[in-house]
Design a protein around this ligand. Structure first.
Ligand SMILES: C[S@@+](CC[C@H](N)C(=O)[O-])C[C@H]1O[C@@H](n2cnc3c(N)ncnc32)[C@H](O)[C@@H]1O
Length: 292
């Protein structure tokens, strides 16, 4: 079948895209900088949001209309809002009651598709009745567990929000001066409060292991993460470490790099040391194997 978007393949069971649209998405980098991006950035909602414009193409690539998407670190609900726009059903999990309320409110104003925000620690997903709100919203279920078509999320980037670089242009300082959140919460259940790096990576690995049985075979998980420079100057290869750790359970399929072309450059090491301005994020793409 063909229309002015291009040709649809009859055996495409992944998405509703034409061959041309599919091909465009396979480029391993992209820039999300348009006017819509800046309008939707809404940094006052949350200290580490990703914009809906960045998420929506992933939702459209990895699902068909009406499928179910989970964001286990939902924050202000960008994934859920993108799912409304793309006519997908969605579930968000968020430990911070304020962000959970924000996500719920934002989704409710659109409310064209079923969408549920569960306010909880994601590590509780195996507890009885955890999924009850999603199941009553119509999420398909097998043996009491939801059957998800896609998981897309951005977990805390370790405890980086708690560390100010102490420079003049520190974004934490700027946010603090406006009375905005500079970190998620002081709740010990918040994974952004874990101080040991290896424990953090392993904890996230376990979270995604626990979610694997809920994802339908051959379907996808996308984790947005970044390599980081710790305040002492050491670079932590968070994105790469997560690719390795999560790749023990899911098959790593590659990455798309989200480039940020309009962020202010900080002059950290000048004039003696190379210190990168990390203005890109890895969208790590994993596939759940058919068996196992
Ligand atoms: C990088 S932010 C996600 C932002 C989101 N993508 C958005 O656009 O708003 C990570 C989120 O994970 C939440 N979080 C941290 N620990 C959690 C936990 N144990 N269970 C569920 N959510 C958690 C934080 O409160 C924070 O909102």
């Amino acid at each position: 079948m063909r229309d002015d978007r291009g040709r649809f393949h009859p055996r495409n069971d992944l998405n509703d895209l034409t061959g041309r649209e599919w091909l465009a998405f396979t480029r391993t980098w992209f820039v999300a900088d348009s006017k819509r991006y800046w309008r939707n950035k809404r940094t006052e909602l949350h200290p580490a949001r990703f914009p809906e414009e960045m998420v929506e193409p992933f939702v459209r690539f990895f699902t068909k209309q009406g499928m179910w998407v989970l964001d286990p670190f939902a924050g202000s609900g960008a994934t859920l809002v993108a799912c409304q726009e793309a006519e997908r059903c969605s579930v968000g999990i968020e430990v911070n009651p304020r962000y959970a309320a924000t996500a719920r409110e934002r989704v409710l104003t659109l409310a064209t598709q079923p969408a549920v925000v569960i306010e909880s620690d994601v590590r509780r997903v195996a507890e009885p009745d955890f999924w009850a709100p999603a199941l009553s919203a119509g999420c398909p279920v097998v043996e009491g567990l939801p059957q998800l078509d896609f998981i897309l999320t951005s977990p805390p980037y370790w405890n980086m929000l708690r560390t100010s670089r102490g420079h003049v242009f520190s974004s934490q300082r700027e946010r603090a001066s406006k009375g905005l959140d500079t970190h998620y919460s002081d709740n010990p259940a918040d994974l952004g409060n874990l101080t040991d790096y290896d424990t953090f990576v392993e904890t996230l690995g376990l979270v995604f292991d626990t979610l694997a049985p809920l994802l339908r075979p051959n379907r996808y998980l996308v984790v947005v993460a970044q390599n980081l420079r710790a305040p002492g100057g050491e670079v932590k290869t968070l994105a790469w470490d997560l690719a390795r750790r999560i790749g023990r359970t899911y098959q790593f399929q590659g990455e798309r790099i989200w480039c940020q072309n309009v962020k202010r450059l900080g002059i950290w090491g000048y004039p003696r040391i190379f210190v990168p301005n990390y203005h890109h994020h890895y969208c790590l793409i994993f596939r759940k194997p058919a068996v196992g």
